[in-house]
Write a protein that binds this ligand. Structure first.
Ligand code: FES
Length: 158
């Protein structure tokens, strides 16, 4: 078993709210992701069994959404939006700055397991570009100074 009893209970509780079981897939995926930190075939199988939907339905939904990583990532998953508004306001240079500062390339995780950098499509915060999401939090109107501060704060928490 990958999912904890608490996650299973939460998934069952969510699933009970939906007359159509398929509607419970995304909430279930979200619960699993928050517990495990990434998704994989084992997680899809468990969700499929818990809410009684075909495995393929869970896998299709999970793989459609790039915001759910499919392999282990760092404690802090840095998702930099590289869509049009953010691109126009320096998303590429933001990624390069993060890569230089953390000593990794996009898609990689720091040796201490703290940070992973990925780029993602629009996160719906175009008016505050450039922006990034780290785990569940948004960081907007980014400058290099703001990035430095955010990373320092996150490192201090560990
Ligand atoms: S383009 Fe970056 S949040 Fe929309």
């Amino acid at each position: 078993m990958i999912l904890t009893e608490e996650s299973v209970r939460n998934i069952e509780k969510k699933a009970a709210r939906y007359p159509n079981k398929l509607s419970a897939i995304l909430p279930a995926i979200t619960i699993a992701y928050r517990q495990v930190g990434h998704l994989n075939a084992g997680v899809y199988r468990e969700i499929s069994r818990i809410i009684d939907v075909p495995y393929v339905e869970v896998a299709e939904a999970a793989t459609f959404y790039t915001l759910f990583p499919k392999k282990p990532v760092g404690k802090y998953l840095i998702q930099v939006c590289h869509n049009i508004s953010c691109a126009l306001l320096g998303a590429d240079s933001l990624v390069a700055y993060l890569e230089g500062k953390l000593g990794i390339k996009k898609g990689e995780t720091t040796a201490d397991g703290l940070f992973t950098i990925i780029t993602v499509e629009c996160l719906g915060s175009c008016a505050t570009a450039p922006m990034m999401q780290i785990n569940q939090d948004y960081y907007e109107n980014l400058t290099r100074e703001k990035v430095d501060k955010v990373l320092e704060e996150l490192k201090a928490k560990t």
